[in-house]
Design a protein around this ligand. Sequence first.
Ligand SMILES: [Zn+2]
Length: 118
Amino acid sequence: MTELKPCPMCGCDANVTGNGRDYWVECESCLTSSNYHENRDTTIAAWNRRTTPDRKATVSPEQWQALVEASQKVADSAQRRADRARATAIEEIAEMVDHMGEGRRLEEYVEAIRGMKS
Ligand SMILES: [Zn+2]
């Protein structure tokens, strides 16, 4: 069997995984993964083409961890913004529904709700 080269991102060991239909390689450390392939051999060949024979990691595990954490902070920040926007939209909808008995036509509410998307 062809030896699987280390992860090109962090230099840690990687493993071939399959689900009965597709195969892919995943790094044990940083979870970098390959594309899906039809069989084990092409999966390993594709993964091994991604790195030179004795290549050392260009990013240390510590640097990689810092990158992952920084990315997570960016993602968390985006999620918080999305959560706030959602909460605001829900509050605006609730406010409109609360005033539905004040003589406005239903079409006005629908139009206002659609306007939130822009
Ligand atoms: Zn890795």
